[in-house]
Design a binder for this molecule. Structure first.
Ligand SMILES: NC(=O)c1ccc[n+]([C@@H]2O[C@H](COP(=O)([O-])OP(=O)(O)OC[C@H]3O[C@@H](n4cnc5c(N)ncnc54)[C@H](O)[C@@H]3O)[C@@H](O)[C@H]2O)c1
Length: 263
């Protein structure tokens, strides 16, 4: 209940499936939240969940591709909440699936802009406010520790943030600020629970359903489940954001039901 008592955490992509779960879980453990997402995202819904856990939530509208907007959102949140203890760079997109050589330039660039440059911007926005004991958690993907199919842009961006995080971990260690990455496998959010992904997973079927896709995904995991829940990833984020991981830095924590180790 108090693993993050009176800490302040900024979360990007905070209105999405996993971002909202991170906010809720961190708030349950006593954190106030700076919740950042795009203009049309339901940040109010995230704020309601944080507040129903008894904590404060400052919402900020910013596209992570825009450094100035992100800086302003983080600074406004820190001004209201008084401090910053952790950064969760969670915003990301998984879209425009195609074979590597058929990816349009625009799809490639968008993935890199949001999933890589957006993380860099988020880290840059947070660092000036962090002190000793601070923690930066970057949400990668199992596509960031191994290749995927029809997602070269996504996989390249998620591998790249590992290099970014390892480097920043080295740069900030002397200040006792830690930097780690979390790599989810399939997670039950709208990012993968949609008809486009079902069609990519079951090209043999004219109108594949969630159940059709679930069978394919379950077969990829060691544990007999098709996906993990957002809170399973939030628990890993919570561990890395909290002092429980005070000597953990520069690592990749995989939460994937065994996807990357299946033989
Ligand atoms: N769902 C999965 O299976 C899965 C697996 C591995 C990794 N991930 C990663 O987890 C993170 C969260 O994914 P999710 O499943 O919650 O997805 P989601 O689509 O439910 O939520 C993503 C959120 O990011 C926000 N966002 C997108 N572009 C943005 C931008 N330019 N600026 C600010 N916010 C932006 C969206 O508005 C949305 O609220 C992503 O980085 C994703 O790549 C997801």
């Amino acid at each position: 209940m108090n693993r993050m008592q009176d800490r302040v955490v900024v979360v990007t992509g905070a209105a999405g499936g996993m971002g909202r779960a991170h906010c809720r879980r961190l708030a349950e453990e006593g954190a106030d939240i700076i919740a950042v997402d795009l203009p049309d995202a339901d940040l109010a819904g995230t704020a309601r969940e944080v507040e129903s856990a008894g904590r404060r939530c400052v919402t900020g509208v910013a596209d992570v591709t825009e450094q100035q907007a992100l800086d302003a959102a983080v600074t406004a949140g820190v001004d209201r909440l008084g401090r910053l203890d952790a950064v969760v760079a969670n915003a990301g997109v998984y879209a425009d699936l195609a074979l590597s050589w058929e990816l349009p330039d625009t799809a490639w660039q968008r993935a890199l802009d949001i999933n890589l440059t957006g993380v860099w911007h988020t880290v840059r926005a947070g660092i000036p406010h962090l002190g000793a004991g601070g923690s930066i958690v970057v949400v990668g993907s199992t596509n960031g520790v191994r290749g995927g199919l029809s997602a070269a842009h996504y996989s390249a961006s998620k591998h790249a943030v590992v290099g970014l995080a390892r480097t920043v971990a080295n740069e900030l260690g002397a200040q006792r600020i830690r930097v780690n990455t979390v790599h989810p496998g399939s997670v039950a959010t709208s990012m993968i629970l949609n008809d486009t992904v079902y069609a990519a997973l079951r090209p043999d079927l004219p109108n594949p359903t969630q159940e059709d896709a679930a069978r394919v995904l379950a077969a990829r995991n060691i544990l007999p489940v098709p996906w993990v829940d957002p809170v399973d990833v939030s628990n890993a984020v919570l561990f890395l954001a909290s002092d429980e991981s005070r000597y953990v830095t520069g690592i990749e924590l995989v939460v994937d039901a065994g996807l990357t180790q299946k033989v």
